[in-house]
Design a protein around this ligand. Structure first.
Ligand SMILES: Cc1cc2nc3c(=O)[nH]c(=O)nc-3n(C[C@H](O)[C@H](O)[C@H](O)COP(=O)(O)OP(=O)(O)OC[C@H]3O[C@@H](n4cnc5c(N)ncnc54)[C@H](O)[C@@H]3O)c2cc1C
Length: 404
């Protein structure tokens, strides 16, 4: 990269002001570490994000982290949907595995919050934190063009698309599972194209859901219902792309009839409450999470399949881990981009995410396989009891674990 005198120097440059980039800058600011956020979106849409249809199931640990970052109190109560229990159905069977907190534990299994609301609250909390604590700078409607280590290897020089040069002790990529920064860092990623698309859509229904989430592995489709309000749920439907094309182009009345039919009328007539969104399902696991003065965070490191509801939760675990190590290094007067610090982040974050990523892929494989042996195995697992139920262990166990 051609060198020139940088006009701006910060401790950490973060590419991507998604929920993870925003929370990371906030956590750094609270530890006296300055940050600069670079995002291709305009500031207004980061401040008040449009709906993307995602309802995020938050673990206890995530709620605690959001509380510590002053994000949780900014999430209005009416936007927090309680999940008291979950039911898992297989095929046409009415038999369901119940997932509920153990006796003696709190009455809630988890809490669902729209992604749009988390992002808005994370932006507001960051603005407040950066006024009182270490500086946070912004470059929006902007992208990184190139970066390279400084001549003395103590910093990384970053050139933005408009030509501006910045310097940071550490460059962090938090620019989604399709991260272009990860690619520019030369970090390969294991990418799994699941060949399925996921539809998410809020719908009203005639029968109440009792604040219970449903996960339903039907033949040729996977359906989930996430409680929003007593007679409103977020419908999550996974289908092959061609079938999804057909569904998404139906007129509203036909779409509603089709969703009611797919749910076999179990909650009565379904009526659309918001626009339906669609996501191609791609899981990503980066081969490395760090490089020289570089780190990956959030979906840029681990892009989970949404079925076990872990992506944002694991991203926040990474925020806690990396911001904690950087904050401790700053307090001790050490280099915040030192190889040893980055190696520790990588080791711990891979341990925390690798088994869950692999187990989620295995579950997706088992529950989208329509061959008879897989269907028999699903039934056997479902009837073997709570302890053997992998979704229960992955969803309930993880949701209720605290930051510790
Ligand atoms: C349907 C669905 C349901 C989900 N449900 C759950 C759930 O229940 N629980 C859970 O924990 N997780 C869930 N997730 C996952 C969760 O949404 C993600 O893990 C989370 O959004 C990741 O945040 P992020 O900040 O890492 O990335 P993103 O949210 O993807 O944000 C990336 C940011 O980077 C910016 N950007 C991208 N490229 C560039 C570039 N080149 N230059 C500059 N800026 C760039 C974008 O504008 C964006 O602001 C779900 C996901 C989906 C799709």
């Amino acid at each position: 990269m051609e060198r020139s005198n940088p006009s701006t120097r910060v401790d950490v440059a973060i590419v991507g002001a998604g929920p993870i980039g925003l929370c990371f800058a906030n956590a750094l600011s609270r530890r006296g570490v300055s940050a600069l956020l670079i995002d291709r979106q305009p500031r207004a849409s980061l401040e008040a994000p449009p709906s993307d249809g995602r309802e995020i199931a938050l673990t206890r640990a995530s709620q605690e982290t959001l509380e510590a970052l002053d994000v949780w109190p900014r999430i209005p109560h009416e936007e927090r949907a309680t999940m008291r229990a979950a039911k898992v159905f297989d095929g046409q069977s009415l038999f369901a595995m119940q997932i509920a907190p153990r006796a003696g534990q709190d009455a809630e299994l988890g809490c669902l919050v729209p992604n749009r609301v988390i992002r808005g609250a994370a932006h507001a909390a960051l603005s407040a934190a950066s006024e009182a604590r270490a500086e946070v700078l912004w470059r929006t409607e902007s992208e990184v063009e190139a970066f390279a280590p400084s001549a003395d290897d103590t910093r990384v020089e970053i050139r933005l698309a408009g030509g501006e040069i910045l310097e940071a002790a550490l460059l962090v990529a938090a620019d989604s599972r399709f991260s272009t920064t990860r690619r520019a860092m030369g970090i390969p990623a294991h990418t799994y194209q699941h060949g399925q698309h996921m539809l998410v859509c809020r719908m009203h229904h005639a029968q109440p859901h009792d604040f219970t989430a449903w996960e339903w592995f039907g033949h040729g489709q996977t359906l989930a219902l996430l409680p929003v309000d007593s007679h409103c749920s977020s419908v999550v439907l996974t289908l092959p792309p061609a079938q999804m094309d057909a569904l998404m182009t139906l007129p509203q009345a036909d779409f509603e009839t089709e969703i009611t039919r797919r749910l076999e009328g179990r909650l009565g007539t379904m009526t659309q409450a918001a626009e339906a969104r669609r996501y191609p399902l791609v899981s990503v696991y980066a081969e490395r999470f760090v490089g020289p003065r570089q780190a990956l965070l959030g979906d840029a490191a681990v892009g989970m399949h949404p079925v076990t509801a872990h992506g944002f939760n694991l991203g926040l675990e990474g925020v806690r881990r990396l911001a904690g190590l950087i904050g401790d290094a700053r307090e001790a007067g050490q280099d915040i981009g030192a190889p040893r610090l980055l190696a520790r982040y990588q080791r711990e974050q891979r341990l925390a995410t690798g088994p869950l990523f692999a187990a989620t892929l295995a579950i997706v494989g088992l529950y989208t396989d329509e061959r008879p042996p897989a269907r028999l195995l699903r039934k056997a697992i479902l009837r073997a009891g709570e302890a053997a139920w992998p979704v229960r262990r992955l969803i309930a166990g993880h949701l209720m674990r605290s930051a510790g």
